[in-house]
Design a binder for this molecule. Structure first.
Ligand code: IMP
Ligand code: MG
Length: 183
């Protein structure tokens, strides 16, 4: 077991802690103006969203409820896998204003499928909020209603985002050094 800092594997800081704070302030303002009177059900997508959601909801000074789903896509990796919920919400989304919160929007398969699911379950509205967006990677026609930052097509870690289950605890968003990827 190594006790090396995960920071040593980072080649470049893409979004600093300071920048993340500014993005959060802006997102929180937009979410507040749309949801302050709606008692939304804020649904985080585990595991990547846990840091972002925790920081976002502490900036929201109005009634809301927090819940989580966990989703795994399965399939052979080449064809679009089906999305399986490995953890469902505890609260009933029927008639609720649901705000889905995820770390990053990539192909958008996860959030588009979750949006359809909560619409089918009778949510009064369903919107999505992502800290990061990689628009060049879309596989389905879907965009989030609230996006913190658009980034280029790079694999990023930190602030909740992982590589091989690691690096989620980095307080900034970074790109790993090539030799840190397991082969
Ligand atoms: P998609 O939009 O359905 O393709 O899936 C997005 C999910 O893939 C995110 O919630 C992340 O868990 C994961 N993901 C996508 N891009 C990255 C990345 O650059 N770093 C870490 N995880 C990523
Ligand atoms: Mg995720």
């Amino acid at each position: 077991m190594s006790d090396r800092s995960p920071r040593e594997d980072v080649a470049e800081v893409l979004v600093s802690e300071q920048e993340i704070q500014e993005v959060l302030d802006d997102l929180a303002q937009r979410v507040t103006s749309d949801y302050a009177d709606k008692n939304p059900l804020v649904v985080g997508v585990l595991t990547g969203a846990f840091v972002f959601l925790a920081d976002l909801v502490r900036r929201l000074d109005f009634p809301l409820e927090v819940d989580f789903v966990a989703a795994a896509s399965y399939g052979d990796g080449t064809v679009a896998g089906k999305l399986e919920l490995t953890k469902d919400v505890n609260r009933d989304p029927n008639q609720r204003h649901v705000l889905l919160v995820d770390d990053i929007l990539d192909t958008a398969r996860t959030l588009s499928t979750l949006t359809e699911l909560f619409v089918e379950r009778g949510a009064a509205s369903v919107r999505a909020c992502c800290l990061l967006d990689k628009p060049s990677r879309r596989a389905v026609d879907f965009n989030a209603d609230y996006v913190g930052l658009e980034i280029p097509d790079l694999f990023v870690v930190g602030y909740g985002l992982d590589y091989a289950y690691g690096y989620r605890n980095l307080p900034f968003i970074g790109v790993l050094r090539a030799e840190s990827y397991r082969t």
